[in-house]
Design a binder for this molecule. Structure first.
Ligand code: MRU
Length: 331
């Protein structure tokens, strides 16, 4: 499994995902400035991975700061580097809560490391729980990248796919390209190919056609934030997939650790959607692919709970009624 986040005592090494699949290059984050830049420009991305980076980020901020005030200002900036993935602030808060002051660096490192290690274990449990949904021969559609690169390792939606594959199920994965930044074609297809898991790349607009032709048995995606009623924020385009899945009677599942649930979001309306630079839409691989018009670039959308068949977590699969069952599992 790819080791894309490495903590090296006083700095972090991160595999730069913006360069994949063409180049495998690690960048060093020795201060919060480079770390925040890496988060904002998606060199590191994916909700659970952001949780881990937030956790290590607190350590970097502590190493860099001379006063508690300076430390807290840096931590706040890390927390706000991306607004939708709740795991980022979850990781930050967990490390903060484990330390007495900004000088308790040893304690912070221990907490960050255990968040990292536990995330991989949680992914494997998600994989095991979700693999039960995959029949002997199954065609799975996934969106964006919810794989090892988006987590501590192994993946959530891709964790389910990996486990099913390890159990010798004949699985075929249809990978949405996931415009504008192509996390599907650049990252998910790359991860699957590395492990010889059969996959086929499709443009985002092909998904409905395949569903209509009965070529998809299940849709599984990750999540960036799940509200207490099950409404889910994930990569832009997830909502459309969920509606298409319902229309075509195809089960639609979200796979996510419990750290992606947000006790402060009652419904999807409470979730802040990140809007990114229009250049991401106007350009592809540095080349302009549009004429001079303005572009709109929301990075995420909300899938209402009524379109979600179940939410696969490390503690089991949550089914409707979500309000009651999410409360129960988070106890
Ligand atoms: O903008 P990104 O690449 O950070 O978006 C990532 C996603 O939408 C993933 O599906 C989500 O974070 C879950 S990752 C296990």
């Amino acid at each position: 499994m790819i080791e894309h986040i490495k903590f090296c005592g006083d700095h972090l090494k991160i595999l730069d995902q913006t360069l994949l699949p063409h180049e495998k290059k690690y960048i060093e984050c020795r201060n919060t400035g480079t770390l925040i830049e890496a988060i904002k420009s998606l060199r590191i991305r994916g909700a659970p991975a952001l949780g881990i980076i937030g956790a290590y980020g607190v350590v970097i901020a502590a190493l860099e700061s001379k006063t508690e005030k300076e430390f807290m200002e840096k931590v706040e900036k890390i927390k706000n580097a991306r607004p939708t993935a709740v795991n980022l602030s979850w990781g930050v808060e967990n490390v903060l809560n484990s330390a007495d002051s900004f000088k308790s660096i040893g304690k912070m490192i221990d907490t960050a490391k255990s968040i990292h290690e536990e995330d991989i274990q949680k992914n494997k449990k998600i994989g095991k729980n979700g693999a039960k949904l995959i029949k002997k021969r199954f065609r799975v559609l996934t969106h964006c990248n919810a794989g090892a690169l988006a987590t501590g390792g192994y993946g959530t939606a891709l964790g389910v796919i990996r486990t099913a594959f390890e159990k010798n199920k004949k699985i075929e994965v249809f990978v949405d390209e996931t415009r504008p930044l192509c996390q599907g074609s650049r990252l998910t297809a790359w991860e699957l190919k590395e492990e010889n898991i059969p996959c086929t790349l499709i443009t985002d607009s092909t998904a409905g056609f395949l569903m209509q032709k009965r070529k998809i048995d299940i849709v599984i995606t990750g999540a960036d934030r799940i509200a207490m009623n099950g409404d889910t924020a994930n990569k832009i385009g997830t909502y459309s997939l969920s509606v298409l899945a319902k229309e075509n009677n195809i089960p639609f599942y979200i796979a996510a650790p419990l750290s992606t649930f947000d006790r402060n979001s009652k419904t999807g309306n409470d979730i802040l959607i990140e809007y990114r630079d229009e250049e991401e839409v106007l350009y592809l691989y540095g080349k302009k692919v549009a004429t001079d018009v303005p572009a709109l670039n929301p990075a995420f959308d909300i899938t209402p709970n009524k379109y979600i068949t179940g939410i696969i977590t490390e503690k089991g699969i949550i089914s409707p009624p979500y309000e009651k069952n999410i409360k129960e599992i988070l106890k």
